[in-house]
Design a protein around this ligand. Structure first.
Ligand code: CNA
Length: 240
């Protein structure tokens, strides 16, 4: 019944925007942060919490430990897009979906074929030298012995991902805000909506067809026309 309603909302719109998070990729084998089996609930070998480790100040002070944690827990080069990624790419191709706004850093929407992907928190596939700005793809740094260093100047290479304490890219933010504020339908999926400012983008939506698809409840559920508590892969499998 609730799936029929979602199908009808999608069928009747050609201006859908999707706002997603780590839960979109758990069915591709990438753990999220806050589920029971997510990274924040798994034991780590360092004294610090994952939140501390993936912060800017920790990166600057303990770059080697940061990279040890990061490469072992946040980079999944073999992960493949799942049914949710493919469904969103299909909706874009059909002219119904205008943008995917994602907090994910895993590139799986692009691998599924989505064109307009706004990466709020960057991508593990882009890296740059903090001294000279030289760009490095992931494959060039993934097998580094210790901290990845620039081949040109010896500077420290940093992933182009937004760590805690770091600002979001203004251009990406503006595009995401515009797409969501102009959307007819906003589908929010696989995100706990507790990481700001990303979560505040829900408030940019002005329409009356907000759909939330998340395994757990969120504080935005009461604002939604439809709040579906299920696996996002299963939901898209059923409606597409
Ligand atoms: P989160 O706080 O871990 O929340 C994930 C949410 O998704 C939870 O509420 C889960 O209940 C829900 N969920 C998990 N699996 C599914 C599923 N199959 N179907 C539906 N719902 C599901 O993650 P957020 O994205 O909200 O937090 C933002 C952080 C997470 C961003 O900074 C990301 O960079 C970061 N992150 C990204 C990845 C990735 O790129 N794949 C992985 C882990 C963390």
């Amino acid at each position: 019944m609730i799936y029929d309603e979602l199908k009808s909302i999608i069928d009747n719109s050609d201006n859908i925007v999707f706002l997603g998070g780590a839960g979109v990729s758990t069915e591709s084998g990438i753990p999220d942060f806050r589920s029971a089996d997510g990274l924040y609930n798994t034991k780590i070998k360092y004294g610090n919490s994952p939140e501390e480790i993936i912060s800017h100040s920790y990166f600057m002070a303990h770059t080697d430990t940061f990279y040890d944690y990061y490469f072992n827990n946040m980079v999944y080069m073999d992960a493949k897009p799942n049914v949710a990624h493919f469904a969103l790419a299909k909706l874009e191709k059909a002219g119904k979906l205008k943008a995917v706004v994602t907090q994910n850093i895993d590139n799986l929407h692009q691998l599924a074929g989505s064109q307009n992907v706004l990466e709020l928190h960057g991508s593990v596939y882009r890296n740059y030298c903090m001294s000279c700005g030289e760009f490095y793809p992931l494959k060039d740094i993934i097998n580094s012995d210790g901290v990845p260093r620039c081949k040109k100047c010896g500077g420290i290479i940093k992933p182009d991902v937004v760590l805690y304490e770091e600002p979001l890219d203004n251009d990406v933010w503006d595009k995401a805000y515009k797409a969501i504020s102009e959307a007819d339908v906003l589908i929010v999926g696989g995100t706990s909506l507790v990481v700001y400012p990303a979560a505040s983008l829900v408030s940019a939506y002005r329409g009356d067809k907000l759909v939330l698809i998340n395994k757990g409840e969120t504080t935005y559920d009461s604002l939604a026309k439809l709040a579906i508590h299920d696996s996002i892969g299963r939901v898209f499998q059923d409606i597409m």
